[in-house]
Design a binder for this molecule. Structure first.
Ligand SMILES: [Zn+2]
Length: 232
């Protein structure tokens, strides 16, 4: 019993000491204590710790967002119907890749999205389509409404707080398109690309929904930052 206690204490000291040393002396992308730079490679656990901090610390989040290619403009207050949001970001459409339209997003959603575009979408495009994504078609982020498909008494969607984005498809540099509605069910390179994008998104966004989830998502991916990790 005493030996077991001693072993447990030794292990705890080693883990805590290792974590401290990694945080103190590791290169920034390996240190969970360093600021989040969205250009850095995604490092499992370390990036997750940084994303978790970005979700609770607005200054930290905005510093991370400033390292992305997004053109973000802080918005102090914006409302739609009875939903009033504070300290969100207006993301411009023109960046590389472009969006079909600019949108409002919480800072943490914008940071997750920047990581997703750089580290999931473009890598999948090069691997599966031998091209880059030039444009991302999004269907919206901010909508003051309950969760679609769960009836009028459902709780408010993450869209009601601009904490979710719906993505319909991607246009590549060579003009080809991969659309969730048309290509998700296929077995060609476009389908492979969409499934790779979906699987990669599950490593970044807490909630990822696809056409496999329900009929309301037959034509888009839904990514949001609510609670538990859930990918379908
Ligand atoms: Zn959605």
């Amino acid at each position: 019993m005493r030996r077991a206690t001693l072993t447990a204490i030794t292990l705890a000291v080693l883990v805590a000491g290792g974590g401290y040393l990694a945080g103190r002396f590791a290169p920034p992308r390996y240190s969970p204590l360093a600021p989040l730079d969205v250009r850095d490679d995604v490092v499992p656990l370390v990036t997750a710790v940084k994303l978790a901090r970005a979700r609770t610390d607005l200054d930290y989040c905005r510093r991370a967002l400033a390292t992305s290619a997004f053109k973000a403009t802080p918005v102090a207050e914006i409302s739609s119907k009875q939903c009033v949001l504070h300290d969100v970001e207006r993301i411009a459409a023109d960046r590389s890749p472009a969006f079909n339209a600019g949108f409002i997003a919480t800072c943490p959603l914008a940071v997750d999205l920047a990581l997703f575009v750089d580290h999931v979408v473009q890598l999948a495009a090069q691997r599966d389509m031998h091209s880059d994504v030039a444009r991302i078609d999004q269907l919206g982020t901010f909508a003051c409404r309950p969760i679609v498909g769960e009836g009028p008494t459902a709780e408010l969607s993450q869209h009601a707080s601009a904490n979710a984005i719906d993505i319909a498809g991607f246009t590549f540099a060579d003009g080809e398109k991969a659309m969730v509605a048309a290509d998700w069910q296929g077995d060609d390179a476009k389908a492979r690309f969409l499934h790779d994008v979906h699987d990669g998104a599950c490593g970044i966004f807490p909630v990822v929904l696809s056409p496999d989830f329900n009929a309301a998502h037959r034509n888009h991916f839904h990514f949001d930052l609510s609670g538990f990790h859930f990918g379908r």
